[in-house]
Design a protein around this ligand. Structure first.
Ligand code: BG6
Length: 515
């Protein structure tokens, strides 16, 4: 926590015991300016998360939410949009008093990003909120807009002096991914943002880091004695990181086409997962220590030399998903007939460190796959000697430790056990930990945690620009390799991806898990 934003002296909730560290902190007086209020992300995730935070008592009475868009909503229309989005997407129940409290801090500014008058109106709106709503000059600008617009918005914030915080107040910028579309553009964007905001005031969102199960990777590894001794190339055969979605691209053609699966989710979510699984123990869990360890790993990740053999990109065709007949990527609204954007990507990455030498990390992501599941599977080597006949162990696979990130959150340990009976027959079984059956607390949505951290000025869960650049450095050659191709491989919707990805892993004598 960097400054006065965490002082909650003005708002003391008598029901909360200040000694209880399990209780989350409450943000100090502040506002959020939301750019892109009508977008998918704002309606489905950000607004519900803000409502849930308010409902959980984690936003201060002096809180404001300002929408900025090219629509003539007015304050009422904006409030209606927020209400509809909160009612549709919030995880906590509807509460009139929460709503009334939030409503007093709503403002809406109509205008386009090149309209200087609108930016001036935004400035006076914030001044007015500081005076009337008690936001005390603290404002976060949330850029939930197409990445091409980041530079213009950041420059306008500077030009209209919105990025300058009065006195002890703060101004922060929250940037959604993708941060750039390759290494060069990420560096350019970083330079633009860096001219306007200090590094500690830039919050790059990777919502996977806000997920409880992702944060649990570090707890699992470093709070226990059992796993760390075997977490290396002596015992681990390989690691599989899967992010499968059953949905197609829906209404997101404008964002997705030309970006594709690798830029959309491998550059950020999957490489962050890889870093958390592979990194050394940080000396503490503060942002600086975590970043140092993540950077060391990302700097040592090697893309394969034979990109044609160890990576696979493909696009979905029509098929059946979730019991419904669905169209192929080319037939989705807004997708050009000759698009070669990948909706599936798989790759083998290696890590040049003593701990991981010779242990491949296989990453795969895709839309319209068999079902929605994200998991990290650490697959162990076979026992060096099996004192059983080959018949006894015919059905014995490799031990695996699977961190189930979603939707069925938990951890599974897979190992061999004797099948009851008179003969020695050994088969794989699962030992499960499930969040749902163990904790009474519900997991907050990733965006609740991340938005609250922005308002608290708490940075550990936000990647710094070095991590973003290192991730592009890993992916750039792979993406370039595939962008040179005139056509793209395909897979039927509802399946587990293209045959080329199966061949890719089979070349190494392994196969994908069926989650
Ligand atoms: C986003 C991607 O970052 O993550 C989307 O842009 C994807 O394409 C989404 O659908 C998945 O998020 P989650 O939390 O449902 O796994």
């Amino acid at each position: 926590m960097s400054d006065g934003s965490t002082t909650t002296a003005e708002f003391v909730n008598p029901l909360r015991d200040p000694q209880d560290r399990r209780l989350p902190q409450i943000a100090g007086p502040c506002g959020i300016v939301l750019f892109g209020v009508t977008g998918d992300l704002a309606r489905k995730k950000l607004i519900p998360a803000i409502y849930d935070l308010a409902n959980r008592g984690l936003l201060p009475p002096g809180f404001a939410l300002v929408g900025f868009a090219r629509h003539d909503f007015g304050r009422q229309g904006f409030a209606r949009l927020v209400k509809d989005a909160a009612k549709a997407g919030a995880r906590t129940a509807w509460n009139e008093s929460t709503w009334k409290q939030l409503y007093s801090g709503f403002r809406f500014v109509e205008g386009s990003f090149d309209d200087d008058q609108a930016w001036e109106t935004l400035r006076t709106t914030l001044d007015d909120l500081d005076a009337k709503q008690g936001t005390q000059g603290n404002h976060a600008f949330y850029l939930s807009i197409p990445p091409g617009l980041f530079p213009v918005v950041v420059s306008k914030l500077k030009e209209h002096k919105l990025a300058e915080a009065p006195g002890n107040a703060w101004r922060r910028v929250v940037i959604e991914k993708p941060f750039g579309h390759d290494l060069e553009s990420a560096r350019e964007l970083n330079a633009i943002v860096g001219e306007v905001f200090a590094p500690e005031d830039v919050f790059r969102i990777d919502h996977y880091l806000g997920k409880e199960t992702v944060q649990n990777i570090l707890a699992f590894r470093f709070a226990n004695e059992m796993f760390e001794p075997i977490w290396n190339s002596n015992y681990v055969d390989h690691v599989q990181i899967t992010m499968a979605e059953d949905i197609g691209i829906g209404t997101r053609a404008g964002y997705y086409d030309g970006i594709g699966a690798a830029r959309d989710v491998i550059q950020n979510h999957l490489l962050q997962l890889l870093a958390l699984v592979a990194m050394e123990e940080p000396i503490s869990f503060n942002a600086a220590s975590l970043r140092i360890e993540k950077q060391k790993i990302l700097a040592n990740v090697r893309a394969p030399e034979r990109l044609d053999l160890h990576t696979a990109f493909a696009q979905y065709t029509a098929g059946w998903a979730g019991g419904q007949e669905v169209i192929g990527y080319h037939d989705e609204e807004g997708i050009p007939a000759d698009s070669t954007t990948e909706t599936y990507a798989a790759m083998r990455l290696d890590i040049g460190t003593r701990r991981w030498a010779g242990v491949p990390f296989y990453l795969r992501v895709g839309k319209r796959l068999g079902r929605r599941v994200t998991e990290v599977a650490v697959v162990f080597k076979r026992a060096p000697h099996l004192p059983f006949s080959s018949d006894d162990v015919e059905e014995l696979g490799q031990n695996a430790l699977v961190m189930r990130i979603q939707p069925d959150e938990g951890v599974t340990l897979r190992f061999g056990a004797k099948v009851p009976g008179t003969v020695m027959e050994i088969r794989d079984v699962n030992m499960d930990f499930a969040y749902g059956g163990t904790f009474v607390e519900d997991s907050p949505e990733a965006y609740e945690r991340l938005i609250l951290d922005v308002l608290l000025g708490d940075p550990p869960l936000f990647p710094q620009h070095q991590e973003v650049e290192l991730s592009w450095q890993i992916l750039d050659p792979i993406i370039q390799h595939w962008s040179r191709k005139k056509s793209i491989d395909s897979y039927e919707a509802g399946t587990w991806g293209p045959a080329s990805a199966d061949k890719m892993i089979a070349r190494d004598g392994r196969r994908w898990r069926r989650p």
